[in-house]
Design a protein around this ligand. Structure first.
Ligand SMILES: Cc1c2[nH]c(c1CCC(=O)O)Cc1[nH]c(c(CCC(=O)O)c1C)Cc1[nH]c(c(CCC(=O)O)c1C)Cc1[nH]c(c(C)c1CCC(=O)O)C2
Length: 368
């Protein structure tokens, strides 16, 4: 294949392992598929080496670098899915905001939104194909280079989570600046959430056109909302995104499973299971059996081992995984952590986690 063909979203290699896609749809699989949030990350020495001395968002803008970082964990572990290396904050950047990754501090907006008037400074009609073209190129290149080994997941931040970053200007323990908007400026908040929703829909459709085979929406800040604010400021937009993406894909005869991960949003589990997503991702604060009861077989579930369980010895990890599999059952289930891997985690224990999922789930499936 010519080098230039690697950036055209066509003639992709045939998929060899479809366990993850089958599980998204609640279909039978030979084993429970597994991947980890932040599987492309600093816990891998080769990741730290590739990233060394380079600006984080410059890396995000390089399709070749994103492709390499996406593939790194798959060379080590038999994960059942790949997730494209990128970041949720590329959307605020596309809307004209400056975002920098500051070492030891995390993502930082030098000029966050302060008052509703600041919305006028944002690019509300973003040409997604132009501004985020580098993500689409990364997806296309990676889909080719994956050689059909496993499916490629695309992703986005959800509107409330992105809004919170744009107002807080970075991480926050209270999200009080962003929540101030919800209580003091509800109309402006809805205006911003709507603006983000429109861009996210285009962005996800662009990712599918580029080659993404599943999509995950990260509502990482769901836990800062209570059930009432979640109903008003998060859920309607999550629903809108899934409905619009699915409607548009249907028109072109496509169907791509979608995963919603609302971290610490346990109060919204019933609603999330009826919001047009095939899969609901769970953090570790929810018991697997109760999650199954509360979602009533309407969706597949993904998660939810406490990432810190990876600090345990391998035998203990194996026991924890076994219990988790027994709790969720082997059908309509994708094993994952309840949030991302931390930089100080031992890659060997990540390998033990993946192996435990495959071994125990094969055993449980053979007992049936
Ligand atoms: C909130 C959020 C962000 N980014 C993301 C979220 C949602 C998921 C979640 O709740 O964690 C999503 C994200 N960020 C990254 C991915 C890549 C794919 C993967 O999961 O492997 C994904 C899916 C790469 C990354 N994004 C980031 C890293 C680490 C920094 C680096 O490589 O230099 C990676 C691998 C940086 C980042 N980007 C963000 C944060 C809070 C940080 C960490 C900052 C820090 O700890 O210093 C914003």
């Amino acid at each position: 294949m010519d080098k230039d063909d690697l950036i055209l979203p066509k003639d992709f290699p045939k998929l060899k392992n479809d366990a993850f896609l089958l599980a998204c749809r609640g279909q039978k699989t030979p084993h429970v598929p597994v991947w980890c949030m932040r599987q492309a990350g600093r816990y891998l020495p080769e990741f730290r080496e590739s990233r060394a001395g380079k600006d984080f968002f410059a890396t995000c803008r390089s399709p070749a670098a994103c492709c390499e970082l996406t593939l790194q964990p798959l060379r080590r572990f038999p994960f059942d899915a790949a997730i494209i290396f990128s970041d949720i904050l590329v959307i605020p950047q596309a809307m004209g905001m400056d975002v920098q990754m500051v070492a030891g501090k995390g993502p930082t907006f030098p000029e966050p939104l302060k008052e509703p008037e600041d919305l006028l400074l944002l690019q509300s009609k973003v040409d997604v194909n132009k501004e985020l073209d580098y993500v689409f190129k990364a997806i296309t290149l990676t889909r080719h280079k994956l050689e059909g080994k496993v499916p490629l997941i695309g992703f986005t931040g959800a509107p409330w989570t992105l809004m919170a970053y744009m107002i807080e200007g970075g991480g926050s323990t209270t999200q009080s600046k962003a929540k101030r908007w919800l209580y003091r400026h509800p109309e402006a908040s809805h205006q911003l959430l709507k603006m983000l929703t429109d861009i996210i829909v285009e962005y996800l459709l662009g990712q599918v056109a580029a080659g993404a085979q599943a999509l995950q929406v990260f509502e990482s800040h769901a836990g800062y909302l209570g059930p009432v604010e979640f109903q008003e400021f998060s859920l309607p937009y999550l629903r809108d995104i899934a409905r619009k993406v699915k409607d548009q894909l249907k028109e072109s005869g496509q169907d791509v499973p979608m995963i919603v991960f609302a971290k610490d949003g346990h109060y919204g589990l019933e609603d999330l299971s009826q919001s047009h997503y095939e899969v609901v991702g769970l953090d570790w604060t929810i018991d697997p059996r109760s999650a199954r009861e509360r979602t009533g077989g309407k969706v597949s579930l993904q998660g939810n081992m406490d990432p810190c369980a990876l600090y345990a010895p391998k035998e203990r990890i194996s026991e924890i995984v076994k219990k988790m599999l027994e709790g969720f059952g082997t059908r309509g289930y994708i094993a994952n952590l309840g949030h991302g891997l931390y930089p100080d985690m031992d890659p060997e224990n990540v390998g033990a986690f993946v192996e435990a999922v495959h071994t125990h789930s094969r055993h449980l499936l053979n007992l049936k």
